[in-house]
Structure formats: C-alpha cells, structure tokens
Write a protein that binds this ligand. Structure first.
Ligand SMILES: Nc1ncnc2c1ncn2[C@@H]1O[C@H](COP(=O)(O)OP(=O)(O)OP(=O)(O)O)[C@@H](O)[C@H]1O
Length: 616
C-alpha cells in the first residue's frame, strides 16, 4: 500500500477552471425533468408566500394612516387580524413548499447516484487505474448531496427572491419613487461585485471539493490497509499524511469562508446604508408634511422585508457555485467513455469480409484461444517506454491447458487481462474458436471466458453468493461441484455453510480460502475458456495437489491459460509458453523447455530452489 503524503497524481481533480455555472447546472435537466411539475409548483407556492409578505407593509400603511390616525380600535383589531392571517398563510405556504420538494428531490439524488454507479461499472479498468477511489466516492456522496441541497433551496430561492425583489421595488417606487431610487442605488455595484465573486469562488469551490476527494482516498486506504499500517508501525506517517491533506482542506475552506464573508459583508452593508439614507430623507419629508407617516412606515417595512431576499443572494450564489462544481465533477465521470463498443477494432486486426462476417482464416477454424500479433501498452505508461506486449503470437488448442511462464513484470497478468477485455489490445487480435473477441458482445464474452486472479476479490455477501457470481444460471448443484473442484469444502464447516457471510472483501477468511472461493467462482459456470492468473499461489503444496487433481477434470473440457510461477502449477498444463521481452519466445512441454530454453530453466530452477528451501 502506498502511504500517501500528498494528493495522488491520479485523475479526478483536474477539471477546467473557467466555465459557466449556468451551463453546468443546465446539465441536471434530464434528472430534474421527471419532477419538474412539483419543483416548479413548489417555486410558485414560495413566490406567492414571499409576495404575501410584501402585502403586510401595505396593511400597516392602511392601519397607520387610517384606524390609528383616527383612533378607531375596531379598525386596529381588523388590521391585526388581517396581519395574523397573512403571516399564517405565508408560513403555511412555505411549509407546503417543503413538502412538495422533499420526496422528489430525494429521488433525483437516488437516480443520479444509481446512474453514476452503473456507469462506473461499465467504465474500463484503465479508467479505474487512473482515478483514485476517494475521488469517485466523494462524487457519489458529498457532490450529490450538494446537488440535492441546491435543487431544494438555492434554485427555488434565487427565483423566489428575484421575483420578490422586483415586486418589492415596484411597490417602493410606486409609493415614493425618490426614496425608491435611493434604495436602488447599491444595485449596480452589488451586481459587479457578485460577478467578480462568482469567478473567484468557483475556483476555490472546485479546489476544496477535489481536496476532499483526495482526503477520502487517504482515509479509505488507511482503513483498508490498517493491517499494513499497524504491522509496519506506519500509523504516525499515515496520520501525518492525513494531517497534511486535512490542513490543505482547512486552509482552502478558510479562503472560501473569507471570500463568502467579504461578499456577505458588502451585500449587507450597502443596502443598510441605503435604507439609513432613505430613513433620514423620509423622516425630514414627513416633518415637512410632504409625506404621510403611513407611507414612510410602509416604505420602510417593505424595504426591511426585502432585506432577507437581498442579503441571502450571497450565500445562494455560493451554494449555486458549489452545486455547479459538483455537477462538473459528476459529469467528469459520466462523460468518460464506457468500455469500447463490441465492434471497435484495434489497428492491425483483419477487416470484415464482404458478407459482413469476420474474416476467419484457416488457422482460426482450428478453434481454441489464439493471440495474433497482440500488442498492448498502458495508457499512462511513459511514451518512451516500449509496450508491455510487443507482438504476442500464441495458439492454445481446444481443450488444451497452456501454462504461461515469464519473469516478474514480463506482462503475464497483462496478457490474461486482455482475454476478458479488462484491457483493450492496442494492435493485433485475439480469437476464441475463430471469433474475434471484439466482435463478441460483452455478455457472450463473459459467458465464454471465466477468470480467477492471484489476488482474490470477494464481496460482502455469503460464500455461496460469491461463488455463484461466476455464472448467472448456476444452481445449488453447480455450486457444490465448483466448491469440490476448488477444494473449498471448508465452506460447509462455516457456521451457516454456504450461507455464511464472508465479511468485507472476504476478510473473515484466510488468503488460501479466499483464493479457493475465487477459483470456485471461475469454474462454477463450466466455461469454455478459463483464464487463471496464478490462482493457487496461496495454497500449501498438499492442498495445491488436491486442487490440481480436481481441476484436471474441469480443464479436460476447457481451453485454459494458466499463469504459473511454480513447477507444480506448470505440471497441470499440457504445454508451456514462455513470455519474454513482450513476446512468446518458446512454446513446448515442460520437459522440452527445460531442455531447450536456458531462460525457462533459470526461471524454474529458481522456483524449485525456493520451494526446496521452504520445505521442512
Ligand atoms: N495499471 C498499470 N498501469 C501502468 N503500468 C502497469 C499497470 N499494471 C502493470 N503495469 C506494468 O506492466 C508491466 C507488466 O506487469 P504485469 O503485472 O503484467 O507483469 P507480470 O508478469 O504479471 O508480473 P508478476 O509475475 O510479478 O505478477 C510491469 O512493468 C508493470 O509495471
């Protein structure tokens, strides 16, 4: 595990800094569309509620100039009752708005999360190699929560407050236009300040969200790798790495808060100054008899009613910026191309014939698994580095088991990942019984090929469910057979047999037990082609021999490619291929390669010596 001291140099935090927030937010429309009626209905209700608030000053004016001036208690009681009714209606309508948006917005968030998850499953392994998991996790959690909050609050209130401000100013200007103009005066500088603020805030908001993603990665690695952290006493350096990152997040958050505080202070101060000026001027005019006291009271209470809509603009804009950034981050992932379509062919692969069929040459008709001029380079490998595979030619006959041997880092795992198309070849072709794998649908390919890797990945499910993941149509009988072949009968001794939960990543099992379950998963569907990447490495010699004996029966009917490090695994195979310098340099039986290939001899004798040394 890499003990991280800095944000990982993986993707997920390198989006363009300058973009239109509105254009970003408009991309949410397909998700909002199904709930648009409720959302717009809620906004309409909120507009009515907010405008009701503007009627209150008019009632006040009527009360001051009417019943209060004429000392009419009946009129005052009537006015009071009217104000109470207006206040109650306003509160009721705001409550109704909340009820209208609550459920639909939770469903928008759920739909977006489901789409993100589905898309992540379809993205190629090369995408996941490049992206830190914390960046993906933070998009699926924090960013989607920000978006739900935006739809629930700022989206509605930017509209509601905008309408309220326009209606309020219309009332103010109609009551006393000179005082109205004084209140309007700060509008222009405020608009300029808001647009400057928006640009700066957008950059900081993106940075803080990306840094949170990096922080999530460190936490995740620390939790998943807790055994290594403890085993190597790395908790201090891990804590230091965490502190460094959280310090960065803190300082960016403080920067963000300072920006927000500045804009908020300006948004609050300028209108207050304007209200103060209008109050002084209005009072002088009432004293001069130019203006009725009721009009001044109504004017000022309308201006005070408008304080909240104006003052809230700062944080509504900030929340909208956060949401625009979250939208960009969400679509950074959603815009990534899913795994190549079935018909995308790498350069150098033969063209289709005129009848539309894939050109099948005479060699292909022999069937089996064939690699022809296969080249592969990792997308993120330095350009000066040669491709990992530089023209692999290999034919595994139907029903044959081929062991793949090579030095560490020679590309064995890479080659096995190409068959189920976990990685896409950059040149050449791979055929299964004469059919190019790029011409098969994913489902066809998955039903033909099963894989088991050296590092067995299990899920938080029961042992049986983990095995049955290998074949959608397999039942109890196939499950028991697969457990037998993989010598995974230990499952029956677990507290609830095959229904026992194996814990997160199967960590309640030993490494060898996990490997055997992963092997059972590979063989449960009796696949035509089996690709095994050193699947027995964690087993003791005795168990390995038992698995091999059972596996022989399965492999007799299956075409298999088995990455092997130990001679005992090699002996399972009919023939052996030696991978060296990105090519297959020798193919033959174990005995023949021992005789003819010095490199193979060196590899095997190294292994034999190691094994000999480790035996009692
Ligand atoms: N995701 C990746 N991105 C970039 N390079 C990679 C990636 N995975 C592997 N490599 C590189 O590709 C080369 C071949 O790796 P691969 O894992 O296929 O070797 P291997 O023969 O299976 O090794 P081993 O016997 O140690 O398992 C190595 O140089 C490795 O550094």
């Amino acid at each position: 595990m890499a003990v991280t001291s800095e944000p990982r140099a993986l993707e997920g935090g390198a989006a363009p800094r300058h973009r239109s927030a509105t254009r970003s937010l408009l991309r949410l429309w397909p998700y909002v569309r199904p709930v648009r009626v409720r959302l717009f209905g809620a906004a309409g209700v909120a507009v009515v509620a907010s405008c009701l608030g503007l009627v209150i000053p008019l009632v006040l004016k009527w009360m001051v100039d009417g019943p209060v001036a004429h000392r009419d208690p009946g009129g005052v009681w009537l006015g009071g009752a009217l104000l109470l009714a207006l206040g109650t209606a306003e509160a009721g309508l705001f409550g109704l708005r909340r009820w209208l948006v609550g459920r639909p917005l939770a469903s928008v968030e759920a739909a977006m999360r489901a789409d993100l998850y589905r898309h992540l499953q379809r993205l190629p392994v090369s995408f996941h190699d490049r992206w830190a998991s914390g960046q993906l996790l933070s998009r699926a959690t924090t960013d989607l929560m920000l978006l739900r909050m935006f739809l629930a609050f700022p989206l509605t209130f930017l509209v509601v407050n905008g309408v309220t401000i326009l209606a309020g100013f219309a009332i103010l200007l109609s009551q006393e236009w000179t005082l109205g103009l004084i209140l309007l005066f700060p509008a222009v500088p405020l608009m300029i300040l808001c647009s400057l603020f928006e640009k700066r805030y957008a950059t900081v908001a993106r940075t803080v969200q990306d840094q949170t993603g990096d922080l999530t990665t460190v936490v995740e690695e620390g939790v998943l790798g807790v055994r290594i952290v403890k085993g190597f006493g790395r908790h201090r350096s891990q804590a230091r790495a965490f502190r460094t990152l959280s310090e960065q997040v803190r300082s960016t958050e403080l920067h963000k808060a300072r920006l927000l505080a500045t804009i908020w202070a300006l948004i609050m101060t300028l209108p207050e100054l304007a209200i103060g000026a209008a109050l002084v001027l209005g009072t002088v005019r009432v004293a001069d008899g130019d203006l009725s006291a009721g009009t001044l009271v109504a004017f000022l209470s309308t201006a005070l009613t408008l304080r909240w809509p104006v003052e809230s603009l700062g944080f509504l804009l900030a929340m909208s910026q956060d949401a625009a950034t979250a939208t960009d981050r969400y679509f950074d992932v959603m815009d990534a191309e899913p795994a190549a379509a079935a018909d995308r062919r790498p350069a150098g692969s033969p063209r289709r014939g005129q009848d539309g069929q894939s050109a099948v040459d005479s060699q292909d008709r022999e069937g089996g698994l064939r690699f022809q001029g296969v080249e592969f380079a990792y997308a993120d490998a330095p350009p000066e580095e040669p491709p990992v595979l530089r023209g692999v030619d290999l034919h595994i006959r139907p029903g044959e088991t081929m062991a793949l041997v090579g030095a560490t880092g020679s590309g064995k795992t890479t080659l096995t990942a190409l068959v189920p198309r976990l990685q896409e070849i950059t040149r050449g072709r791979i055929t299964l019984d004469g059919r190019d794998i790029t011409a098969l649908t994913r489902e066809e390919l998955r039903s033909l090929v099963a894989v088991a890797f050296e590092e067995p990945t299990l899920f938080s499910a029961t042992a049986g469910e983990n095995v049955l993941m290998g074949a959608s149509d397999a039942g109890r009988e196939e499950l028991l057979r697969a457990l037998k072949v993989a010598q995974a009968d230990f499952v029956h001794a677990l507290p609830e047999g095959t229904d026992t939960e194996v814990g997160e990543q199967g960590l309640s099992l030993s490494g060898g037990q996990r490997q055997r379950l992963a092997l059972a998963r590979a063989v449960v569907g009796s696949p035509r082609f089996l690709v095994l990447d050193d699947p027995l490495s964690a087993l003791d010699v005795h168990t390995e021999a038992l698995v091999e004996a059972a596996l022989r029966q399965v492999l007799a009917a299956t075409t298999a490619l088995v990455v092997a490090h130990r001679p005992s695994t090699v002996l399972l195979a009919d023939r052996v291929a030696l991978l060296s310098g990105g090519r297959i340099t020798a193919v033959g039986t174990h005995q023949r390669l021992l005789r003819e290939s010095a490199e193979y001899r060196a590899l095997m004798s190294g292994q034999e010596r190691e094994e000999g040394e480790s035996r009692p």
